[in-house]
Structures are given as C-alpha cells and as structure tokens.
Design a protein around this ligand. Structure first.
Ligand code: HEM
Length: 510
C-alpha cells in the first residue's frame, strides 16, 4: 500500500512537472496580449469612459498604438485603428471574427437575438441575408421599387416647397423620406400616410424611437459587462428598451394584422412586398435549413428600420451640413445637376450614374462621418493573432473606422471635406470594403447588406434637395459639426436651414 501511495505521488509529481513545462512553452509560443490601460480591479476602464466613445478610443490609440486592449468590467475589448489591422480582422480572420455579442438591450429589440445583425454565422443568418439579398435589396427589386422612392422624394420636395423661406429641420425631413421609402418597401405603404402634418408627426415619433433604440444598443451597459448583475438592470436600460419595443411592436402587429386581412384579396401575380414574402416563409416554417418564426419576422423588420433609417438619414444630414459650410461645393454640385438634369426637369434615379461629383460628396461624407464609427462590434469565436498580439476567444473587437478615416498616414489633409479625393483613380475607394482605409459599410461576410439601397437613397435625395432649392442657415445661427455617439453617429445639434426654390416652374414642386 505504501509503495502504491509513493508511486501515485511520484506520478503526480511527474505530471505536474510536464504540465508546468507545457504551459510555459505555450506561454512562450503564444504572443502577448495587446498593450492597453491597466484599469482598476474588477471594473477595468469602465469608469473612465466618456459618452463620446469614438473620440476616447481614438485618443487611446495615440498612447497604445493601432491595436490595444481595454478591459470593460469582465469583458476584454480589443480596438484596432489601422487599415492593415482592419484587414487582419475583417479579411484574414473573417470567420473567427464574424460573431457578435448580443447586448442585453439588443436581445430585447431583436426578439431574443433573432435578427440578422446578432445571429451567429449559420443557417439562420444565411437565410436572413438571402431574404434581403434576393428579395427587397436585390438589384431587380430595387429597380422595381423606384416608383415608391420617387413618390416619397417628390413628396419631400413638395413639403419643402410648401415651407419655402421658413426654417426646416433638415435631418427630420431626410428621416421621414427614408422612413417612408423603407416602409413602402417593407409593407407597401408609407407610415403616417396621411397629410403632410401627420407624416411629419409620425416621422418625428419614429425618429425618436429609432434614436432611442440605437442609443440604448450602442451605449455601454453594466448588465453586459458584469453578467452576474444583469438581473438588476442597474442603468435601467433594459426597462427603457422594453418600453420602446412595446411601442414598435404595436406598429408591427397592426401592419401584420392588416396584411393578413388583405392577403385573400391580393390577386395572383400582384406585386409582393418584403412582408408578404416573410409571412409566407413564416407560414411554411422556414427554408428547410432553418426555422422562420414570427420572432424572426419582427426582428428582421426591426433590423432594417434600426440599421437602415437613422444611418442613411444621418449621412444625408451630415452631407448637407458639410456642404452648407462649403458654399463652393454646393455651387459645383448644383452646376453638375443643371448640366445633367437641367432646370426644366426633375432629378430621376437614372441621372445618378452621371452625377459623379455628388456621388463623391456622399463618399466623402461617409469618410468623415461614418454612420457606424466602430462598425457593429465583432466578437472572436476563436483565439486569433492580430498585429502580432493574442486576441483571446470571447473578446469584443472594435474596428475604429472613424479613426481610420481620419488617419493622416492614410488620407491627405484628413479633416478637410474634399469630395475631389474620390474623383481620381483611387484604388478601391468605393463601398466594397476592398480598401481597408475606407470601410463605411464594413468588409467581409458581415458587411452591410443595405449598401445598394443606402447609396441610391442618399444620392437621389440629396440630388433632389440641391436641384430644387438653394439653402442657407438662419441669420445668427452658427453651423457646427459636433457629434453625438450612438450605434449611429449623429449631429449633436440638428441642422436647421432655410430652403428657397431655384426652379421656375411651380409644377416641379408638386
Ligand atoms: C448610409 C447608410 C448605412 C451605413 C453607413 C451602414 C453601415 C453598416 C455597417 C458599418 C455595418 C456593420 C458591418 C460590420 O460590422 O462589419 C452594417 C450592417 C448592417 N446593415 Fe447597414 N448601413 C447603412 C444602411 C443600411 C440599410 C439601408 C439597411 C437595410 C435596408 C442596412 C442593414 C444592415 C444590416 C441588416 C446589417 C447587419 C448585417 C449582418 O450582420 O450580417 N444598412 N451596416
């Protein structure tokens, strides 16, 4: 017995020695963690986070370099801020980095993470992307939907024409236009399709709702950083999100009920919208590879609203603000419009490919004001090496597009708003995500599926607003460009401007 005990002790000792050397070798072999602020015990750097997170994360890169780590409660976050490192995350390690943490607020807004943005890569996510890519966002559907976009943009020009000479909140006008285009695309009718005043009211309410959602999803929440405390909802963010979701859910239920009532009256072959397709798929239970439930229907609707409306309308508001600060750019854009469209006609989407200067204005706007400054943060499903450092499995990975787009080693005179930089032959200076110095829509498998719609809507609406009106800021108002951080970066102070008709024929404003 004694010899057996001695044998076990000797075996355990050998095992410990082997384990010790193995671990030491592994530690020597695996690269270190990225550098970063030490932070406090337990909370890490949580208490030093200011509201404008994009500025803070960009500042930290000046101290710790283009890849650094920051501990936020129990969560390790890695922030990358250079094109080469963005490429390593989004292309070289695309699959391992293609997941996302679902924040507690996001779980509520997406009916349990049943949407596209928070689904892990797999059959459900593929089905949701296919519904968009082959459905409402396919080139043929977008071409077929031009009539709806035209109707909404012309209605917006009409509304502005009616308030000509008075002050208008440009962002609200943009938002209502985008919202109505998207609702028409989703379920065939504009939201608040009553008179102009009603539309304005509903649009404002919906904008508040989307703004609230994007702020709640985009802001740090103790529940995510200390999961053990999640049930206390210490910041009240889940409670607020639940209230917002109830309001949105009411809208969805009434539209779905209406759809079901009119389904029987729809003739065979009659144009179907995205909700028709989704409800059919829901009745069938899925595509054979993944199930599709009412939670998926509502979650995908929410995704498209949250990801599609504020991002696009904020981009247009930033574009107008930058132009109003640079009258020469307005002059050049209007000159191009007068040459391509003429003053006796109205802008059509078919003009857009010829509006190269305005296209460059939109690209430059998305460079200086990327709607999603950190993209939608990714999460590592495997331990990876990025920039020579270890990024452990489970880390959140922030690609700081905002910093990359303002990096002086990537862009000449980066803070200057200069559409001309997109007129040359710059390689990959488009929205495909192939040039990692310019990634307003991300890159890789999780990149934005809404690019074709966003590009058309932003350029078409800006073109119509600039072609139809001269714009000025009210007397005594100082136009400035401060930002408010959220899931979508918006202007801290809404842009207020005065439109004056510049076309002679009143019918062009009907
Ligand atoms: C100017 C407008 C827009 C900008 C700047 C923008 C930007 C982005 C970015 C940066 C991402 C994340 C990419 C990543 O994490 O790698 C994203 C994802 C997404 N966007 Fe957009 N977007 C815009 C408009 C739209 C529109 C109009 C729609 C829908 C109609 C849309 C739907 C989505 C969805 C569903 C995702 C999640 C995709 C996934 O995870 O697979 N976006 N967008």
């Amino acid at each position: 017995m004694e010899s057996f005990t001695a044998l076990c002790a000797a075996a355990a000792a050998v095992w410990y020695v082997v384990l010790f050397f193995r671990l030491r070798r592994r530690c020597r072999m695996s690269p270190p963690l990225p550098p970063g602020p030490a932070g406090l015990p337990v909370v890490g750097s949580l208490l030093s986070l200011p509201p404008e997170l994009h500025l803070h994360f960009t500042e930290l890169a000046r101290t710790y370099g283009p890849v650094y780590r920051i501990r936020l409660g129990r969560k390790l976050a890695v922030v990358v801020s250079s094109p080469a490192l963005a490429r390593e995350v989004l292309r070289d390690n695309d699959l391992a980095m293609s997941s996302r943490d679902v924040p507690a607020t996001g779980r509520l807004s997406t009916y349990g993470g049943n949407d596209m943005a928070y689904s892990p890569v797999g059959p459900t996510w593929r089905m949701l992307r296919r519904i968009c890519a082959q459905g409402a966002l396919s080139p043929s559907s977008l071409d077929a939907g031009y009539g709806l976009r035209r109707r909404e943009v012309r209605a917006a020009v009409g509304r502005l024409g009616a308030s000509a000479g008075g002050e208008v909140e440009v962002g609200t006008q943009m938002f209502v236009t985008v919202l109505n285009v998207i609702t028409s695309m989703l379920w065939g009718d504009a939201l608040g399709a009553g008179d102009g005043e009603d539309r304005g009211r509903v649009g404002r309410e919906f904008r508040e709702l989307m703004g609230e959602m994007s702020l709640l999803v985009g802001s740090p929440n103790v529940s995510d950083l200390f999961p053990a405390l999640a049930r206390f909802d210490l910041q009240g963010m889940e409670r607020k999100m639940a209230q917002t979701v109830v309001r949105l859910d009411r809208v969805f239920n009434s539209v779905i009920e209406q759809k079901r009532k009119t389904k029987t009256t729809k003739k065979k072959g009659e144009e179907k919208d995205l909700l028709d397709h989704m409800l059919k798929l829901e009745e069938e239970g899925g595509d054979g590879k993944a199930s599709f439930t009412m939670a998926h229907v509502k979650a995908l609707l929410t995704d498209i609203f949250v990801a599609g409306t504020e991002t696009t309308s904020n981009t247009m508001e930033w574009g107008m603000a930058e132009m109003l600060l640079n009258p020469e750019i307005v002059r050049l854009a209007q000159l191009e419009l007068d040459q391509v469209v003429g003053k006796d006609d109205v802008v059509e989407e078919s003009h857009l490919p010829k509006l190269r200067y305005l296209g460059a204005v939109v690209k430059e706007t998305l460079r200086l004001h990327p709607a999603a400054p950190f993209l939608i943060p990714h999460s590592a499903t495997e331990t990876c090496t990025i920039g020579g450092y270890t990024v452990p499995k489970g880390s959140s990975v922030f690609v700081n597009a905002w910093a990359i787009h303002r990096d002086p080693s990537v862009w000449k005179d980066p803070l200057k708003f200069s559409p001309e930089r997109f007129l040359g032959t710059g390689i990959g200076l488009d929205f495909t995500g192939s040039n990692f110095g310019y990634i307003p829509f991300g890159s890789g498998r999780r990149m934005c599926p809404g690019i074709p719609l966003a590009e058309r809507m932003a350029t078409y609406t800006l073109a119509s607003f600039l072609h139809s009106f001269d714009w000025k800021v009210p007397e005594g108002t100082k136009l400035e460009l401060s930002e408010r951080f959220g899931l979508s970066l918006k202007k801290a102070k809404p842009l207020v401007a005065i439109p004056t008709p510049r076309l002679h024929n009143p019918e062009q404003y009907l």
